[in-house]
Design a protein around this ligand. Structure first.
Ligand code: PLP
Length: 389
């Protein structure tokens, strides 16, 4: 049976070149980068070369790159660490209503600690209006955190416009660029952000490694304490192999970006248009153009996304509904609900995210199987039968 992985927003397979770049640091080159001897120096050189490469790829300086354990930790440091550093200046933070849980739950934690959070709304495509950010700014606002591209519907936010507003107000701007890294050109100066989060396993790198970019100037306070690594913003022995692998993965992703995006956009459109022309009562979620090249999020009315996932899984096709983190819970996705959808549409949503390995045959296979699955599930749906009577 054909195996089709269409869940690249959850994670991506590590590239062979990435694994190869890591292997020496998982075997003979096992030094601790803080040690003074040859083993240590070898590890230190690898870490600092990776830092320089990553900095160059996102238009930053090496001393603005902090290695963390991934997207979740970088988001937490950016938000909780900035709150700790600036709580004497103010206790107000602005974010959007469609952020990843790493951001939302950090904000909810701060609410418990006496901070006030403004959740700016999004339109029906899932896009923030920069003017809403301007209106939400207050004297005591210490941070704005808005994602660059959404992990469920793939919509891309106007971060540059938001950055102009925060700059004018003198408020720090953080962006969760985890979904954008590897798909969109990332230049921290062009974007105008003060902090930016990326995670290697979303661009064919290893899991458990990410960066937080922090523009030179005031730094967030650490959330954990230990050694002097990462200028104490994130102490702990460097994960040398993961760091080396992440740099390699980002280098390759940037190198091949245009070519991969062109191919994936075609395949993605073939998938969306194929579904729209062969299955009635479907709705594309998110903006048709301002979305990641690999993202198709479609609601199939009158059925549950979860049943679609299971039926497709039985045919070798991996997709998701909502985000990987909310799958398994019965709550409809907060992203779709905050885009103004009703429960029905939100529950019937399916996220299909393509990747480097996706072929035209894969998409044809899905388009061949989906109509029957949807028919079968709808035939069992009391709601569907009632509406169609
Ligand atoms: C995956 C993801 C994260 C979490 O990153 P991890 O490295 O898995 O902790 C954060 N934000 C977004 C938008 C993501 O897609």
């Amino acid at each position: 049976m054909r195996q089709v992985y269409l869940d690249h927003s959850a994670t991506t397979p590590m590239r062979k070149e990435v694994l190869e770049s890591m292997l020496p640091f998982l075997s003979e080159a096992y030094g601790n980068a803080s040690s003074v001897h040859r083993w240590g120096r070898e590890a230190r050189i690898a870490v600092e070369e990776a830092r320089e490469k990553i900095a160059e790829l996102i238009g930053a300086s090496a001393n603005e790159i902090y290695f963390t354990s991934g997207g979740t930790e970088s988001d937490n440091i950016a938000i909780l660490g900035t709150a700790k550093a600036k709580e004497n200046k103010g206790k107000h933070i602005i974010t959007s209503s469609i952020e990843h849980h790493a951001v939302l739950d950090s904000c909810i934690e701060l609410e418990k600690r006496g901070f006030e959070i403004t959740y700016v709304p999004v339109d029906s495509d899932g896009i923030v209006n920069p003017e809403d950010v301007r209106k939400a700014l207050r004297e005591d606002t210490i941070l704005v955190t808005i994602m660059l591209a959404n992990n469920e519907v793939g919509t891309i936010q106007p971060i540059k416009e938001i950055a102009e507003i925060t700059k004018e107000a003198g408020v720090a701007l953080h962006t969760d660029a985890v979904q954008a890294a590897g798909s969109l050109k990332l230049d921290v100066n062009d974007l105008g952000v003060d902090m930016l989060t990326i995670s290697a396993h979303k661009f064919y790198g290893p899991k458990g490694i990410g960066i937080l970019y922090v523009k030179r100037g005031p730094r967030p306070k650490p959330l954990v304490y230990g050694g002097n690594q990462e200028k104490k913003v994130r102490p702990g022995t460097e994960s040398v192999a993961n760091i080396v692998g992440m740099a390699k993965a980002l280098e390759l992703a940037v190198l091949e970006m245009d070519e991969v995006n062109e191919r994936l956009t075609k395949l993605r459109n073939m998938l969306i248009e194929g579904v729209e022309s062969s299955i009635p009562d479907v709705i594309l979620n998110g903006h048709r153009e301002k979305r990641l090249p690999n993202n198709a999020n479609i609601s199939f009315l009158f059925i549950e996304g979860e049943s679609l996932i299971l039926s497709l899984d039985a045919l070798g096709v991996a997709v998701s509904s909502g985000s990987a983190c909310t799958s398994g819970s019965l709550d409809p996705s907060h992203v779709l609900m905050n885009m103004g959808m009703d429960h029905q549409q939100a529950h019937g949503s399916l996220r299909m995210t393509l990747g480097r390995g996706t072929s035209e045959e894969d998409i044809e296979y899905v388009l061949e199987k989906l109509p029957n699955i949807v028919d079968r599930l709808r035939a069992m749906s009391p709601l569907y039968n009632k509406v169609k009577e």
